[in-house]
Design a protein. Structure first.
Length: 89
């Protein structure tokens, strides 16, 4: 199951993320949830001292920051490359 944080849901509702991009990301995250195979897509582990292990999924100019839970994938942030990495420095 793919779970989106409230900030991501608000971005989807306001359409700050194009619907086609969101569909592509959702399908990729669903596949990652099913297989847990990070080699399927352009996924890398985020560097930093976090309490959990975060990953980023790249699709064109957009990035999705997520982590694995016991029952699925939790998406913390979706945005353009410039925005995402500024928040995670």
């Amino acid at each position: 199951m793919v779970r989106y944080e409230s900030t991501v849901r608000k971005s989807i509702e306001k359409r700050t993320i194009p619907p086609q991009v969101m569909r592509t990301l959702h399908n990729a995250l669903g596949a990652l949830d099913q297989t847990r195979d990070l080699q399927l897509f352009d996924v890398k582990e985020m560097r930093g001292s976090f309490k959990r292990t975060y990953y980023r999924l790249r699709k064109g100019k957009y990035r999705a920051i997520f982590f694995f839970e016991d029952d699925g994938v939790a998406v913390v942030y979706v945005g353009k490359r410039e925005e995402v990495y500024r928040l995670w420095e």
